[in-house]
Design a protein around this ligand. Sequence first.
Ligand code: BES
Ligand code: MN
Ligand code: ZN
Length: 506
Amino acid sequence: MQIEWQVAPRKQWHADAAVFFAFENAEGRLPGLDRFVQENGAWLGRSAAIGDFRAKPNDVAVFYAPPGEVLVPRLVLAGLGPADRFETEKLRNAAAYALRKCRELNVGRAAVPISALEGLPVEAASALREVLVGSISGLHRFTELKTRDLDSAQGPQSLVILSENDPAGDLADVVSLAESEAAGIILARDLTIAPANVVTPAYMAEAARQLADRFGFKTEVIDLESARSLGMNAFAAVARGSHEPAYMVVIEHAPEGTENDPPIVFIGKGITFDTGGISLKPGDKMEAMKQDMAGAAAVLGLFETMGRSGLKRRVVGILPCTENMPGGQAYKPGDVIRTYSGQTIEIISTDAEGRVVLCDALAYAARKFAPAAIVDVATLTGACIVALGRQVAAVMGNHDGLARSVLEIGEKVGERYWRLPLWDFYFESIKSDVADMKNVGERAAGTIVAAMFLKQFVPDEIPWVHLDIAGTAWTDKDNGAAPKGATGFGVRTFFELARRWPELKI
Ligand code: BES
Ligand code: MN
Ligand code: ZN
């Protein structure tokens, strides 16, 4: 979908449908909508449908112009809910629902007037950014593996931003910013939703290489043999059960002049399929475990977004990619492994494999890159879904400022996080009789205990946060800008973290 501007007097605006927004309740009409309706024949006032449209979040109604010569025959009105409960997320989702309605109606040229954003409690530039991200990502579907039953309705060819004045300041930059973000989200979603026989560790490595080719990033793909000789025995242990070659993928964005800056390192769990290994998972819903590389996918999504937007900041991505399979060579409960950090770990459950691959990636990041900060992101624990549900990710770490930044940025971009504590006593349950620690402790506080394990591999002086996205990486129902399937959760938070890094003063 092409995003373009039409800068012209209102009377000359033309589109197959114009998208507007409204707050719940009769007085909830925004000024731009009222003007448009008055000038275009007051369809809304006369329409019997007005009483049926309550402008609740997710509500969409279509109004048609009265007969006669009109340049905009349809008005697609999307609900935002009550004005005092407004969040940018509601606007993003409303735009997604509106554009999906346009697709249903086979609208070729959809439009959003800038004036439709007047009266919202956010600046026009931020509002437009949400509308565009919601529109683009809300329309995207993963159809690559379908040969039939494809929905015949194509999405709009163009989304036109209607304005009476030339866009200036922030508004002018917003289109490419939003397109960059949406592309990152879409990449993350596609990688996650595609099945594990397609998205293998080799595929993830290739995806990183392709990003590097397009945007001039550096990549280093560490194969299993090199990983072993570097001492990444924990990563290698998880990979042992699988016949798919495993890779520790390193991707680096170091634009000119930043090569010697301490980088922000993003580490994404890249288990392309998690059977549980010898501690085999039950079969029911096991197919969902193709999503276990959503962390790695979100990091690649970040690189897509950074590449497109030309962000001038040094950022490194590290993606431990492997399957977790049972087999004659697979690692076993009771095994003790000497990790890259030198610390030894006793395996209690081979299904707690995420922390096992991440511990080597964390220690490698700390030693190799002297990072300004480390952010790791992982579909790590089912316990996170128990604790926070499917719309909230957990954040834990060793640095208050960094954790608070994630919370604050997450709220702005509509990715919800909640902080969990990492008090020292949580280590008690992973004390081991034979090694420095066990990979699993008691079930209680499972998300925190997993983070406590990871904490052992990050030097205290490096600001670090761990994000558990087990609940948020996937949605079983259409959810506004995130249709059913993978969500791309994390991409926007990471991009804002990288973009706003200096002002965060970490
Ligand atoms: N990948 C899973 C966690 C997960 C569960 C992600 C559901 C997304 C949705 C992880 O590797 C795992 O199996 N964790 C175990 C840990 C346990 C053995 C301590 C879990 O949560 O049951
Ligand atoms: Mn597992
Ligand atoms: Zn897993």
